[in-house]
Design a binder for this molecule. Structure first.
Ligand code: PRP
Ligand code: GUN
Length: 131
């Protein structure tokens, strides 16, 4: 997020939502839980959702509908990483950093069971780590 903000030409107010559907696994549970909601009223505002990764698209599809129910002026999506499965759900993503293969990745903020977020790169884990 800090890297994105440094790359923007102007300033934009930011707010955070924390949601989880993966928990401590590498497969989506299919249930999205809000761990922390926005503090800002977004009605009438132009909203850019910033995601780290879109995999099945389930999380974003849920977040987008949830935010749209709050009557913003517009909702667009930006993601650092996008996996191929997301084509199965119809989510228009305005800004994509990298399209990546269908593998579970960690690093640069992405975790496996709350580990590896601190890696400066994005990479895959050796299979024995999941076992
Ligand atoms: O497109 P999807 O298949 O829904 O996956 C994408 C979501 O998965 C990750 O969150 P995650 O649920 O892993 O958060 P957590 O690690 O805190 O459980 C990531 O931050 C996205 O929000
Ligand atoms: N850490 C991590 N979380 C995810 N959530 C959905 N896909 C992924 C992934 O590849 N890595």
């Amino acid at each position: 997020m800090a890297d994105l903000m440094r790359a923007l030409p102007g300033t934009a107010p930011m707010d955070w939502m924390a949601v989880s559907s993966y928990g401590s696994g590498t497969k989506s549970s299919g249930v999205v839980r809000i761990l922390k909601d926005l503090d800002t009223d977004i009605s009438g505002r132009h909203v850019l959702i910033v995601e780290d990764i879109i995999d099945s698209g389930l999380t974003l599809s849920w977040i987008k509908s949830n935010l749209e129910s709050r009557k913003p002026a517009s909702v667009e999506i930006c993601t650092l990483l996008r996996k191929p499965d997301v084509v199965k759900v119809d989510i228009p993503v305005k800004y994509v950093g990298f399209d990546i293969p269908n593998e579970f990745v960690v690093g640069y903020g992405l975790d496996y069971d709350e580990k590896y977020r601190n890696l400066r790169c994005v990479g895959t884990l050796a299979p024995h780590v999941y076992a």
